[in-house]
Design a protein around this ligand. Structure first.
Ligand code: FE2
Length: 203
């Protein structure tokens, strides 16, 4: 597979597209690029000797949200991806890539191969930590919500939300990274709450 050419195709289909009002234009492209890198890092940790499907993880991650904005986006995404990559991948590789796109949201809904489960986890992980804070600011700005609204979300909804998502992760290694991101966000939000009251933090 010519990964440079395939990456260009990903850029052409998502690089500047505004697929979701709560997210910036091009989000699906850059998110896909990050998910690929996270997916490979997880693969090296969870299955250190199984590098044979790394290209499948990379290309599947790049295109996993290509259908975003046309729901159910994983089903439309699988169709779009199959069309874009038809002449660019060997047939059996294309099937695996399409399988990633078509089932990346169906976590714990069935038995999936490792390359699907790794991308499912990488997809979740990219929405948390500092990316989560970025997404929350974007969401608040787009919805005209204020600091009090953001603090209320943290107080009332954050913990139930995070424990629900945590249960969807497939590998203990993913859970470790998820928990670290959770701690980071909780620390950040504690300080955000204090500074929102005009408190000077530090010495
Ligand atoms: Fe995603």
């Amino acid at each position: 597979m010519d990964l440079d050419l395939i990456k260009d195709k990903a850029w052409q289909s998502m690089g500047t597209r505004h697929s979701h009002p709560d997210r910036e234009p091009g989000y699906a492209y850059y998110h896909g690029q990050r998910v690929a890198k996270i997916g490979i890092q997880l693969r090296k940790l969870v299955f250190p000797d199984q590098s044979s499907y790394d290209d499948v993880i990379v290309v599947g991650s790049w295109f996993h949200d290509v259908g975003k904005g046309i729901e159910p986006h994983w089903e439309y995404g699988a169709l779009i991806c199959r069309e874009i990559l038809a002449d660019l991948c060997p047939a059996d590789t294309l099937e695996k890539i399409v399988e990633i796109v078509g089932s990346h949201t169906l976590r714990k809904a069935g038995h999936y191969p490792d390359y699907v489960k790794l991308v499912q986890d990488a997809d979740i992980l990219d929405h948390f930590g500092s990316q989560e804070i970025w997404l929350r600011f974007w969401h608040s700005a787009y919805r005209r919500r204020n600091v009090e609204d953001a603090l209320r979300f943290q107080r009332d909804s954050y913990l139930p939300h995070i424990s629900k998502v945590r249960q969807l992760l497939n590998f203990p290694q993913s859970i470790e990274f998820f928990d670290e991101k959770d701690r980071f966000v909780q620390e950040f939000m504690k300080r955000f709450a204090r500074e929102a009251q005009g408190e000077l933090c530090g010495e």
